[in-house]
Structures are given as structure tokens and as C-alpha cells.
Design a protein around this ligand. Structure first.
Ligand SMILES: [Zn+2]
Ligand SMILES: [Zn+2]
Length: 366
């Protein structure tokens, strides 16, 4: 790789993406320079572009989940599984870094995704600090970043197609505690919802009901494992509730997963869960406003359990790799609909914003 490295920079919200050259970084001991193979444009990148996330240190190089080949390693560097990472290895890395392991969130509450020191590649790392994002021909992996070899059996397109949505979905499945034979409703068929459907199937759900739009994504939800598809625009909330009751002996779903990111989805989701069921809310990654609920009718009297789900941890990253290795038939690659070059990322954001694609792939060498 040359001494200057091309990257696509989001300078500020609503500004066009700019191409910039960055100097090849000097590597301290334990650091790695990754030659990027593929990265992604997901819904979070659209939120970043809209300026809807707090504390983002623009300018940034977006692209949090990425894969590449080790161009240089100032060794010894070991992966999360303890094995050595060497030049030429095909690797992926956990985008969350600098989780401190010492604060109250990390130690007392055991909620490291709420650690204040935590940073995320492509989201909370500034481009002023260097190549901390996947929309670039190389990514600087600072010492301590969780690196793993991509298993030979896992196709690059499946890894990035699943990407951040799959990591989030692994965490969701854990929070949802899906049991064998459960009926699971997934609200939303974006990258997170689609992965959550596939994982609910693996986790033993007997029936999976997907609610979402547009029709093309809903069709993909069927390919990911959903049994019943309810299109948002073509059905009323009452009709959807009736469909869920009809499928569950009139009880409602054992588990409802919110991956829609719409305020109106919350009240509906509460109504779709059975009494004593569980509702996991994971789609409200940005503040989309208040949801109107009746605590007596929808929560207290129903004896309902509601759980939030924020971010992911290294164990979700490693479990995602195991799932991809074990289940090559799940078409994660179809979530990543199209490849874009670095100079096409304004188009990629526009396509993701208009929901023409669930996720765009970034090929910085195209
Ligand atoms: Zn901490
Ligand atoms: Zn993402």
C-alpha cells in the first residue's frame, strides 16, 4: 500500500462526503494496519449524516463494521482467541474499543455498552486522529482492538451483509431469551430486524412473524426465516394484532422484538406480546420522540417484561462469527444489496436514506 491512503470523510451533518488522503500511520507496538476489503453503509451512517447522534466528533471516516487483510502488524499481536495475528491474515475486528473495564458501568453493573469511555470505529472516533473508519483503503487498529481471523468458511459478503445488524441481533436474541417453540414477532425489516429473524429461527422459535416495509425487504424477511409477513402499509395495526392472535391461540407472541425505530411501533409491540411475555426494544437508536402507552392495559396488567438493548459486546461479535460459520445457508449477503466505490458514497447514503437498500457495501478499491 502507498504512503498516502484514500478515505471518504463525513465532514459534518448534511454535507457531501469528501475524499481525502491520509498519511500512512506509524504503528506503535500492538497496532495493526488493515487493508480494507469491504465496509458498509448502514442505517447508523444515515443517522450520522443527518446529525441525529449526540457526541459525534466530525469530521469522521464512517464505516464501523469492516473486514480486511493485515497489511502490517507491529507484533506480537494476538487475536481475541489468543492466536497470533500476522501480515496477510484475513481478519475482522470488533468496532467497539477503549471500554475501560474499571468504571461502575463496566464492573458494578456489568453493562459495558454503557461505559462512558467506550468508543466506536466510524462513529465516535474523529478523522483528525487518523484512519478510524472503514470508508477508507486502510484502517488503523490501535493496540487493544479486538481482532479475529475471519473463518475460511465465511464469505466476506455474508460477514459484511450481516455486519453491525447481526452483532446487534445476537445481543437482542440474548436479551430476548427465546425458548424452543416460541412465537416471535419482529417489528422492522432493516438490517437489524432481518438478522434478528434469522437468529430467532436458530434459537428455536417455531413461528416468526415479520412486520415491515417495503415489500422487497419483507420478501427478504421470508428468506431469512419469517413464516408470516405483514406489510406495514397494506395492513392496519388492528389487522396485524388479529393476525398475531390468530397464530397464537389468541394469546399474543411470547417475544416481540422492536427493530423498527418508529415511535408508533412501541404501543403496537406491547399489544402484540402475550400476557407474561417479553418485549425487547432495540430499534430506538436515535430519539424519535415519545410513544403513547397505557401502563395499566399494556404493561402492568399484562405482567409484561420490557428490556432495552444497547450496542454489543465482544462476545456478540465472536458469536456472530460462529453463527456465520455454522449457517452458510442463511442469506446474510442479500442484506448488503450493492457495492459502492468511495466516490459513490453520497449515492449510497441517498439510497439507504430512501430505503431502496437495507445496506450498502463499500469497496474502497472499486
Ligand atoms: Zn467502563
Ligand atoms: Zn451499522
Amino acid at each position: 500500500m502507498s504512503e498516502s491512503i484514500l478515505a471518504a470523510v463525513m465532514t459534518a451533518p448534511r454535507q457531501p462526503i469528501e475524499l481525502r488522503e491520509f498519511p500512512r500511520p506509524d504503528l506503535p507496538a500492538g497496532a495493526v494496519l488493515l487493508k480494507t476489503s469491504l465496509s458498509e453503509v448502514c442505517g447508523t451512517d444515515v443517522h450520522l449524516w443527518h446529525g441525529r447522534l449526540a457526541g459525534v466528533p466530525y469530521p469522521i471516516i464512517p464505516g464501523h463494521v469492516s473486514a480486511g487483510v493485515v497489511d502490517a502488524a507491529r507484533g506480537p499481536v494476538t487475536g481475541l482467541d489468543g492466536s497470533p495475528i500476522r501480515e496477510g491474515d484475513r481478519v475482522v475486528f470488533f468496532d467497539v474499543h477503549r471500554t475501560c473495564g474499571r468504571c461502575r458501568a463496566c464492573t458494578v453493573h456489568r453493562t459495558p455498552t454503557r461505559c462512558a469511555a467506550r468508543r466506536v470505529y466510524g462513529i465516535t472516533d474523529s478523522a483528525n486522529e487518523g484512519l478510524f473508519g472503514g470508508w477508507a483503503r486502510a484502517i488503523y487498529l490501535e493496540p487493544g482492538v479486538g481482532i479475529a481471523r475471519l473463518p475460511d468458511a465465511v464469505a466476506l459478503d455474508d460477514y459484511i451483509g450481516g455486519g453491525c445488524g447481526l452483532l446487534t441481533a445476537v445481543h437482542i436474541a440474548e436479551r430476548a431469551e427465546i425458548r424452543l417453540g416460541d412465537t416471535v414477532v419482529v417489528q422492522g425489516v432493516g438490517a437489524v430486524g432481518l438478522s434478528a429473524i434469522a437468529l430467532a429461527r436458530i434459537a428455536g422459535a417455531s413461528r416468526i412473524i415479520a412486520i415491515g416495509a417495503p415489500q422487497s425487504r419483507l420478501a427478504l424477511a421470508g428468506e431469512m426465516g419469517a413464516d408470516l409477513l405483514l406489510e406495514l402499509g397494506a395492513t392496519t395495526p388492528e389487522a396485524r394484532r388479529q393476525a398475531v392472535l390468530d397464530a397464537t391461540h389468541g394469546e399474543g407472541a411470547d417475544v416481540v422484538i422492536e427493530a423498527a425505530g418508529a415511535a408508533a411501533a412501541i404501543s403496537e409491540g406491547l399489544d402484540l406480546a402475550r400476557a407474561g411475555g417479553r418485549y425487547v426494544i432495540a430499534g430506538h437508536y436515535t430519539d424519535v420522540g415519545d410513544s403513547n402507552i397505557n401502563a395499566h392495559q399494556q404493561i402492568n396488567r399484562k405482567h409484561l417484561e420490557i428490556r432495552g438493548c444497547w450496542g454489543s459486546e465482544a462476545r456478540h461479535f465472536l458469536r456472530a462469527l460462529s453463527i456465520l460459520e455454522r449457517h452458510p445457508s442463511i442469506p446474510f449477503r442479500k442484506i448488503g444489496a450493492r457495492r459502492y466505490a468511495l466516490h459513490e458514497l453520497n449515492d449510497a447514503l441517498a439510497d439507504a436514506e430512501a430505503m431502496r437498500i437495507p445496506k450498502a457495501l463499500v469497496d474502497p478499491w472499486q
